[in-house]
Design a protein around this ligand. Structure first.
Ligand code: GLC
Length: 755
């Protein structure tokens, strides 16, 4: 294949690093606003101040909220469902209360409002922050048209345990990828910030460490030492808040090292306010102030309110402890009115920055123009297309050739499941607008391919009899190819939906095996909110596309991939374990003093009577080894890529240098495609033990078949800094290695030094 060279493409990791290279307009200090805040605060009664800190979920009958809004007893409402209701609630607050302070209406707009994008874990698999920002912008345009000016997103929780259902809502296991994606969403939601009517306040959540819930059980305790917090869990929040101007932060449910985040003043004051200079607003999670009692951290509701306000929480979501107890706490001298004033200032500042005092209302007609508009659907389709990860493609079964397939059998419980396809945290997306793979197949190829549909299973946990499976095999044998769509419904991931067994549920494995027995080419799509343990299923399919939950336009996107209109480019944003017993398992682990060699004797080869130390003494599992099924950053393409001529501009760098690493990337196959090139670094010796690899940059590179291109990553040496033994963040001089590759497990190390 003749290779062609094109101009060198310089990709600055600094620009890719987190993308907020411009000072965010959403958090600029404005003396005029501060004067307005002080003027308004000076007019407020104690009850009106307390009312601002009170957030309620909208009652089903908005009129029932009239009284609490007229009396100024509520500062924010979540879950107002239409622009008409939003305007009605605002009228009560603005036109019928003493001071006319607008409320701020909020909602969980997590991965789209009406146009539903892939779940955030799927969006992370695109490694395309510009596209993710477009998705957040689309969500903001649609949601603000309904009067929603505050979303509880981005979720920035690093998740290394797929048993935890909320892994679906974040960007996976890597701090850098989560930082970049969180920054993209923050930018997208907040748009041009102050003065932009489509600016929807972002909420960096859940602050902090929630994804490290012990045992993968939601809300469970975490035990993350400060140094690990600072090196792994805090960076995405710092970027979103400090450099992208996220306007709000939400405290997490978990207690970390015995201290619930909602009452953690080190976190909410020293880190968030003093170190990062955050002047936005802190809200609890739903009733997380009240839950201090269940934690055994507060004696009663009054104590819970005291602890939360003292720690630095401004607004109380749905515990009512602030509303019910702060007046008495002030009277009893247990909190000061100044503490309350500080909280109210942060709330009023948010409302001024959003322009709610100037215009709290929304044009109800706007929604009909922006919801599901072509631009949003196109972005959602592209996001779904880029989020799919090709994990296997034996015999190059994919892409299907429509000229050679006269009959395609489609089976499985998720081939035509419009609601499930949208994924967890979909409140406003409508199944009636979802295009499923089956619908897209019929729409696009129904005129030239006979599309047979036999789900066999009504849902993922459904079971099939041997006769039903035999019938499927027989029917598949009459087709030219089989498409199996399996996985888990939306409800099986997300909040409080954690699993101890990550195998395909019900008879889905048997269904795949039945299709395989037909002897015909089998392609499988898995829709899920997490990595499932699918090692035992790979033998039952030639090709495997992992689609996460792809959202409204998942069907057309997946059909484009199945028939080669585009080549898959997604990469795993989280490690796929061989078995659940390997968890926690993530690529950026420490080496340990006895790293697995990968040559250990496994259980199946372990001789009876083996001597105590005869099997070696390294860090692995006798029955599951050491390596995952798929590493972080992994994904196949319909073509092949080759990395070579990797070169550093220097061998030794000063702390203020920029590392320039160039390489040649070649598309050595016969199809145009996109590769996500990744740059990893290892700090070989540190004042603390360091990860075996850390992602420091990535870039999507489009190459035509046969094309080759020289590419360069620029990585400021400062990006190698970490919090060391003395709890100072710095780059420590010494020996390093770097890799440029298509996943976290490939490539050869290239040495360099930092002096
Ligand atoms: C939930 C979630 C949080 C969400 C909030 C409001 O319990 O933990 O992520 O934003 O309550 O729905």
């Amino acid at each position: 294949m003749k290779l062609k060279f094109s101009l060198l493409t310089a990709l600055s990791a600094a620009l890719l690093a987190a993308g907020c290279s411009t000072s965010p307009r959403s958090s600029q200090y404005d003396p005029e606003t501060e004067k307005k805040i002080e003027n308004l605060l000076g007019q407020m009664t104690l009850e009106e101040k307390i009312g601002q800190t009170n957030q309620l979920s909208c009652y089903f009958v908005p009129e029932e909220m009239a009284q609490v809004l007229r009396s100024g007893a509520v500062g924010s409402v979540l879950n107002a469902l239409t622009p008409e209701v939003a305007n009605q609630l605002q009228r009560y607050a603005v036109e019928e209360s003493r001071l006319g302070i607008p409320i701020i209406i909020s909602r969980d707009v997590i991965h789209g409002y009406k146009t539903v994008f892939p779940i955030p874990l799927g969006q992370a698999a695109t490694f395309d922050p510009e596209l993710v920002e477009q998705g957040a912008r689309a969500a903001a345009v649609e949601a603000t048209a309904a009067g929603i000016r505050w979303t509880f997103s981005p979720m920035l929780d690093i998740a290394r345990d797929p048993r935890w259902g909320r892994i679906a809502e974040g960007s996976g296991e890597d701090p850098y990828l989560t930082t970049v994606m969180g920054a993209a969403m923050t930018r997208g939601y907040q748009g041009n910030g102050i003065g932009d009517p489509t600016c929807m306040a972002a909420c960096a959540k859940h602050f902090v460490g929630y994804g490290a819930a012990e045992g993968g059980r939601d809300y469970n305790s975490t035990n993350i030492p400060e140094r690990l917090l600072r090196n792994v869990y805090l960076p995405p929040f710092e970027e979103s808040v400090r450099n992208c101007g996220a306007m709000t932060v939400m405290t997490s449910f978990n207690d970390n090292d015995g201290v619930p985040s909602t009452a953690n003043s080190w976190l909410l004051k020293q880190v968030l306010r003093d170190e990062w200079g955050f002047d936005g607003m802190v809200v609890t999670d739903w009733n997380s102030a009240g839950e201090l009692i269940a934690h055994g951290f507060a004696a009663d509701e009054a104590d819970a309110a005291r602890l939360s306000l003292t720690a630095g929480v401004d607004m109380d979501m749905m515990s009512h402890t602030y509303f019910n107890h702060i007046a008495d706490l002030i009277r009893d001298g247990k909190v000061s009115e100044k503490q309350l004033d500080d909280a109210v200032r942060n709330i009023l500042r948010l409302k001024f920055r959003l322009g709610l005092f100037d215009n709290p209302y929304v044009d109800p007609e706007l929604s009909t123009r922006v919801n599901y508009c072509e631009e949003h659907l196109a972005a959602a389709r592209r996001c779904a297309l880029e989020s799919a990860v090709l994990l296997q493609n034996e015999n190059r079964v994919l892409p299907f050739d429509p000229s050679k397939i006269k009959r395609l059998l489609v089976t499985g419980p998720l081939a035509d499941a419009p609601y499930e396809q949208m994924g967890t945290w979909t409140f406003d997306g409508e199944a009636s607008h979802t295009v499923t793979p089956l619908a897209a197949l019929r729409e696009t190829y129904g005129d030239r391919i006979q599309i047979d549909y036999e789900p066999v299973l009504a849902y993922s946990r459904d079971t099939a009899t041997p006769a039903e499976l035999a019938a499927l095999t027989a029917r598949a044998a009459r087709a030219d190819a089989v498409l199996v769509v399996v996985g888990e419904e939306a409800i099986l991931s997300g909040e409080a939906h954690c699993l101890g067994d990550l195998n395909l549920q019900g008879s889905q494995r048997e269904l795949m095996a039945a299709a395989r027995r037909s002897g015909k080419p089998v392609a499988t799509i898995i829709m899920a909110g997490r990595p499932l343990t699918i090692a035992e299923d790979l033998k039952n399919t030639d090709a495997l596309l992992y689609a996460f939950h792809p959202g409204t336009m998942g069907g057309p996107a997946l059909v484009d991939l199945l028939f080669g209109v585009a080549s898959p480019s997604g990469k795993t944003p989280v490690t796929f374990p061989m078995v659940v017993g390997q968890i926690p398992i993530h690529y950026n682990h420490n080496m340990t003093g006895r790293p697995a060699a990968g040559t250990e004797t496994l259980l199946k080869d372990t001789p009876v009577g083996a001597g105590q130390t005869s099997l070696g003494c390294t860090s692995f599992l006798l029955d599951a080894g050491f390596h995952p099924l798929y590493p972080f950053g992994y994904g196949l393409s319909y073509t092949t890529f080759e990395y070579d001529e990797i070169a550093l501009d220097k061998q030794e760098y000063a702390a203020d240098d920029t590392i320039r690493v160039s390489f040649r990337l070649s598309n050595t196959g016969d199809r145009d495609a996109t590769e996500v090139a990744q740059l990893y670094v290892r700090d070989l010796v540190g004042s603390i033990t360091r990860p075996v690899k850390e992602l420091k940059a990535f870039a999507r590179i489009d190459l035509k078949a046969g094309e080759s291109r020289r590419v360069e990553f620029e990585l400021p040496v400062g990006q190698l800094a970490f919090w060391g033994l003395d709890m100072q963040k710095r780059v420590e001089p010494g020996a390093f290695q770097l890799w440029v590759a298509g996943d976290s497990n490939s490539g050869e190390p290239i040495p360099f030094n930092v002096k």
